[in-house]
Design a protein around this ligand. Structure first.
Ligand code: XMP
Length: 520
């Protein structure tokens, strides 16, 4: 997880966030970065020497579901405490420090969950901004520290956590039972900022401008005078990766854009406009809609469809890039969450995600992955900084197989045209309502059924369109968006009036789980 991949910059100050199995490790890493310090997530079973190799400026132990009293509960190599690097423990991480460094962790009668009042007795360094008195914090624990390690000062308590925070500056140990990384702890960001700046002494010069500068250097060093190619999908990640690599190596980069015909209305043109005309990037534009429709004729099974689209895409990409015989580097828009994901777990396969615009398995290239250390919101900031238009930087996630997985049943030029027209209306109305950045994804789905309706005096027998709009943090879970009724009404009447072949509109009120975001 903490390797130095091709083309991605290395920061000199770094906070390692040790993952004890909580869903919060990513959030902690993001909050540290919001304090302008680079952070990365590492597994808890690294040895002290492996920690030392990564040269951390500070270490944060995340929370986790275990109890320190249970056999097999995750521990940290005790040598980590002797590295001379400040450590902040959060929740389980705090209990682990107490347990391993001579304090006591008690088994409570009951846990403390949700909003809790924290009483600060001595602000120390971490609670200096909060100050003396009572502050709301978010708790989620059963066990509680009853005695801090020798030499530590107890700085705060709560009704069920007598040691809700302690500091032992001489030992470089800091601990909080509550979760500073969540928004429900209003003093949390200041606390994390105090830790990284005041305790660890980080300068806080990790900004998007510095990321761009150091990435450009790293890309130049990796690619030298070689030639690189990049598959553009129209999505944010490949777009920002391409723009960044172009800034570094200019005309040594060629982009390949395979237009599958399954993109949203206007997207293909926008890719060409932005990259070829505005950014001046050399672009091979393959118009392949006919080949995709031909391949998809009669295919209705969702997995067969995904496979067909993925395979044809790769073949066309190979043909197009095969012309650039001297290219040795392939640019990929891999993001940090993908790196964490593939490094930590084998998720059960729900759907085969073809990364259209991605890497054919058997191509012989060195990878350039300049976004490997970045979260999505950071990639967006880099994109804006590089001058990419908002429509690309703020583009919603879009599945590799495109509208193919939003047309239930056969994908044809006709069904695609219906869906593109309906989808454009959904997106226009979301933008008009000012909801674009609040909604994770909003789009239309075309099911393979017909229903009876009446328009004017005529009986109709036509297709429905389903509107899908979800809020989400990371697409792993999602909630159906509570769109205002008048907005839904406007979408509905526009779709029925403006899109031929549609006589009914439904709104999908399924969250994920049990639904997925896409329909196929
Ligand atoms: P689901 O439907 O699994 O989607 O809840 C989760 C997120 O992934 C996107 N998605 C894809 N992205 N290739 C991609 O790059 C794919 O094949 C693919 N399928 C779904 C989906 O839009 C949502 O954001």
């Amino acid at each position: 997880m903490a390797d130095t991949p091709g083309g991605s910059a290395r920061a000199t100050e770094r906070i390692l966030v040790v993952d004890f199995g909580a869903q919060y490790a990513q959030l902690i890493a993001r909050r540290v970065r919001e304090a302008n310090v680079f952070s990365e997530i590492v597994p808890h079973d690294l040895t002290a020497a492996e920690f030392a190799e990564r040269a951390p400026t500070g270490i944060i132990f995340s929370g986790g579901p275990a109890s320190v009293h249970v056999d097999g509960a995750p521990r940290i190599d005790p040598g980590v405490y002797d590295l001379g690097v400040p450590i902040l423990g959060i929740c389980y991480g705090a209990q682990l420090i107490a347990h391993q460094r001579g304090g006591t962790v008690g088994r409570n009668e009951r846990g403390e969950y949700g909003r809790t009042d924290l009483t600060v007795a001595d602000p120390g360094v971490l609670l200096a901004d909060a100050g003396l008195g009572t502050h709301p914090v978010w708790m989620s624990h059963f066990d509680a520290i009853t005695e801090a390690p020798a030499g530590a000062t107890v700085t705060a308590s709560s009704p069920d956590a007598p040691v809700a925070a302690f500091e032992a500056p001489d030992a470089g140990l800091y601990a909080v039972q509550f979760h500073p990384e969540v928004h429900h702890t209003p003093c949390g960001q200041d606390l994390l900022s105090r830790f990284v700046h005041d305790v660890c002494g980080c300068a806080g010069d990790w900004t998007m401008a510095s990321v761009i500068d150091s990435s450009v250097d790293a890309i130049r060093e990796q690619v030298g005078t070689g030639r690189a190619i990049c598959g553009l999908s129209g999505g944010v990640d490949s777009a920002v990766a391409a723009a960044l690599v172009h800034k570094a190596i200019g005309s040594q980069l060629t982009c390949v854009f395979v237009d599958t015909g399954l993109m949203r209305a206007g997207e293909g043109e926008q890719v060409v406009e932005t990259f070829q005309k505005t950014q001046g990037i050399e672009l091979i534009h393959v118009r392949a809609a006919d080949r995709f429709f031909e391949k998809l004729a009669g295919v209705t099974d969702p997995e067969d469809k995904r496979k067909a689209i993925g395979e044809l895409f790769i073949r066309i990409f190979e043909d197009a890039s095969g012309g650039i015989t001297d290219a040795k580097f392939l640019v990929q828009g891999t993001l940090y969450p993908d790196v964490i994901e593939s490094g930590t777990k084998d998720a059960a396969k729900i759907k085969s995600h073809h990364n259209v615009g991605g890497l054919p398995d058997d191509m012989d290239f060195a990878l350039v992955e300049p976004l490997r250390n970045l979260f999505k919101d950071e990639v967006r900031s880099v994109g804006s900084e590089l001058g990419l238009p908002d429509e690309i930087v703020w583009r919603q996630p879009f599945p590799g197989p495109g509208l193919g997985v939003r047309i239930i049943g056969e994908v044809t030029p006709e069904t695609t045209a219906i869906l593109q027209a309906a989808d454009l209306i959904v997106r226009e109305e979301i933008r008009e309502a000012g909801l674009e950045r609040e909604i994770w994804q909003a789009f239309a789905v075309l099911p393979d059924i017909r229903s009876v309706g009446v328009m004017g005096d005529e009986r109709t027998y036509a297709r429905p369109v389903i509107i899908r709009a979800v809020t989400s943090e990371d697409a792993m879970t999602a909630d159906w968006a509570r769109l205002p009724h008048d907005l839904l009404e406007k979408m509905s009447s526009r779709i029925i009036n403006e899109v031929d072949g549609v006589n009914r509109v439904a709104y999908d009120i399924t969250s994920k789980p049990p639904g997925t975001i896409e329909w196929e």
